[in-house]
Ligand binder design. Sequence first.
Ligand code: XIL
Length: 379
Amino acid sequence: MPPAPTVAGWRASRRLLLGAGFSAGVAGCAWGQPAQNQGPGLHQLAREKGFTFGAAVQAGLLSTDASYAAAYEREAGILVPEFEGKWSILQPKEGEFDFSQFDAILQWGLARGRPTRGHALVWHDAFPGWANAAVGEGPARARAVMAAHIARVLSTTRLRIRDWDVVNEPVADPPGSDTPQAQGELRDTPFLRALGPSYIDTAFRLAREQDATLRLVLNEYGVEEDTPWAEEKRRRLLALVRGMVRRRVPIDAVGLQAHLQILRPFSIPVFANFVSALRAEGLSVLVTELDIREGEGVPDDYVARDRLVGERASAFMEAAIGAGVKTFLTWGLVDRYSWLVNEAAVARPDGKLHRGLPLDWEYNRKEMWRAMARAFTAA
Ligand code: XIL
């Protein structure tokens, strides 16, 4: 027979019971996580089915916001620096490199067995004034500036990083898109002006010279949805990578950013066919920056909005998984720090805050999280 409970023991266990009930129902469980955040994260659910899930991360927040760090610990199996791998951060002045922020992310990940991917070696944005001016001095100087940056960055991160976005966003936005370019299939960038279209091949070749086994990725946006301008951008991107493959340029993968918008049509077969066409060239396809934007005219209440975001996430995941994508990263994890909220160019025009990431403003899992979890689990 178990010993009769003492009065003190009874009080203690009653407190525990009440505490547990209170926590689970209202404030949070014993170790401070709201009930909906209990259980395996996307990282684990993805890994169990042979996928990788991760998210863009900010070094400053990892060290200052414990809830943010805990969310990444729970959910993210791979990291990508949101800013810290960009040219203007790594080489703000010619020849002066600063890897401190980048390293902070790498170290945080290494301590937890979470690899970091690199983003982005050659990009027209986050490109410092000095580099812009130098590249404008002519082809020889442009090539030297590119070579020096790639050599220094890749030799420093070698062995700790498995893949890098070598060229980001090289394809011009066609007529009809938000930011169309008047002419040309390639984006008008400092390197295009200095070196012509071969700047893309050059960047990949320079990267390969540094590292024979690094996965070299070309990253692009605006090719996922079922609109005429996305169709044209798909055609341009496919032509570009097919040319690279034919010229034996060392490209291993294409990253599709997947900054989706609910108000734009999305077709599972259209997107899946595009992924298949890229894979038929012998390339891997990664989803590198998934998030989902709302527009005017979506419902007011959170539940309905979150359901729409979740539905779009479900359709997208179904298409991507069906076509063989194995790696998924969202562009951030928590709505409160999303560029969709903090950047005027992509924020909602009516001043409401986007809810386009798996975790809400309070770091809690919501419909988009569940859509992704279901997609991994069902695969
Ligand atoms: C964005 C960041 O999230 C913003 O905070 C920054 O101001 C601009 O860049 N495609 C990319 C990312 O490849 O690097 C961009 O990140 C988002 C679009």
